[in-house]
Design a protein around this ligand. Structure first.
Ligand code: HEM
Length: 361
């Protein structure tokens, strides 16, 4: 080996990386065996957060262009899929940490105050890149989520919060989706008619069903009324705005229509990659929600009903946070508004033509 040869440990800077595990308990004179695991697991999380930020930022730079090139969609989908694979690891790593028992944790927990995962700046950057908003967050003892960060971390996290998020970019991209209005074809109006036809037909079946009691009929007809009202919330732009203002929907009306369109006609060649993207965004959203619940369960197991080292109500705070931290909730809500394949409005031939890839010799 010559001096110029690249050496494994130098390339990976292992000297620095492997010299970064200092046990607080050892410093205090009573080394706790499991504190090494605690540190390594947290550091592994931070490395993976770094990779997730790397992937999401690269995807966002593609979306930041005025139009997203078809050829770039494959890259976007591949990188987001990588994020979901990392998320599976993040969830699995909790099981590794759970090999530490609550009693073992108590051997060094007191040395950790007031530090907490609550102060993970990279985790906050990921949340902000995806598009979690301040109003979606819980306060910790009345203070915002940035209150426990160092000045430097707070600046980094807040800077990302001010920039457009992946949610914003995806919303704009959805708003640009062609095909929704094409010649005489108005997708949203055609869809509204299709939905009404289906609901009216189903209602007729209930109303004339001799096997139902009057009470059962009344109950089921009431359900139809509720379904109709839900649909009105998306078909009427003013009602859609009311839903948005109340925080029940987040996507703009046009973006929501496009998401429904892509979901309904995802078999069309030009919509397959866009549909995959929508699915991946849901996977990522679900991946973090799963992690949050899993983390909250582990916390209950480790510290029961104690308060956290960061000062929160512990597991209760985390469970509440898990419910509120969804960025792409609209894509999940969208299923409420789907109709079976056979009820979809027929697409005009010209649109179907333009959604097919053609190979010319
Ligand atoms: C024994 C293991 C752990 C315990 C008992 C624990 C406990 C807690 C508690 C109680 C909180 C709420 C804030 C507070 O009062 O401190 C919290 C927040 C948090 N923890 Fe953990 N944690 C553990 C491991 C981890 C690991 C391995 C990570 C990975 C980075 C992590 C990341 C986070 C994050 C990101 C938050 C903020 C969540 C939010 O505010 O939405 N925790 N943790």
């Amino acid at each position: 080996m010559t001096e110029q040869d690249l050496y494994y440990a130098d390339y990976l800077q292992l000297e620095r990386l492997l010299d970064a595990q200092h046990l607080k308990s050892a410093e205090e004179g009573a080394p706790a065996h499991d504190e090494m695991l605690f540190i390594v697991v947290h550091q592994a999380y931070e490395l993976w957060f770094k990779q997730i930020i790397w992937e999401i930022e690269s995807v966002m730079s593609i979306f930041a262009q005025d139009t997203v090139d078809e050829a770039d969609m494959g890259t976007v989908v591949a990188r987001l899929r990588r994020v979901t694979s990392i998320q599976s690891l993040l969830v699995q790593m909790i099981a590794v940490l759970e090999t530490m028992t609550p009693l073992d944790f108590l051997e060094f927990r007191d040395h950790l105050f007031p530090a907490s995962g609550f102060q993970s700046a990279q985790f906050r950057v990921v949340e902000n890149l995806l598009g979690l908003r301040r109003q979606d967050r819980l306060l910790l003892s009345g203070a915002p989520y940035t209150s426990r960060l160092s000045e430097e971390d707070r600046r980094r996290v807040e800077k990302v919060e001010e920039l457009p998020s992946l949610f914003d970019y995806v919303e704009r991209w959805l708003e640009r989706t062609p095909f929704l209005y094409h010649g005489d074809f108005h997708f949203w109006e055609a869809y509204q008619e299709a939905v009404q036809r289906r609901i009216l037909a189903d209602r007729e079946v209930v109303a004339t069903n001799p096997n139902l009691t009057e009470e059962e009929k009344e109950m089921q007809l009431e359900e139809f009324e509720q379904t109709l009202e839900q649909f009105e919330a998306i078909f009427d732009p003013d009602k859609h705005e009311i839903e948005r203002a109340a925080g029940r929907l987040r996507l703009s009306h046009r973006a929501f229509q496009a998401a429904v369109f892509i979901t309904l006609y995802r078999d069309q060649p030009a919509l397959q990659e866009p549909y995959r993207l929508l699915e991946l965004l849901m996977d990522i959203d679900e991946g973090f929600t799963t992690w949050r619940y899993r983390h909250a369960q582990m916390v209950t197991r480790m510290i029961g009903r104690r308060v956290g080292t960061g000062g929160s109500a512990g597991a209760k705070y985390l469970e509440k946070g898990a419910e509120r931290s969804r960025v792409f909730a609209d894509l999940f809500a969208l299923s409420t508004f789907l109709v079976p394949r056979e009820d979809r409005p027929q697409l005009p031939e010209s649109i179907v033509e333009s959604m097919h890839f053609r190979y010319e010799a």
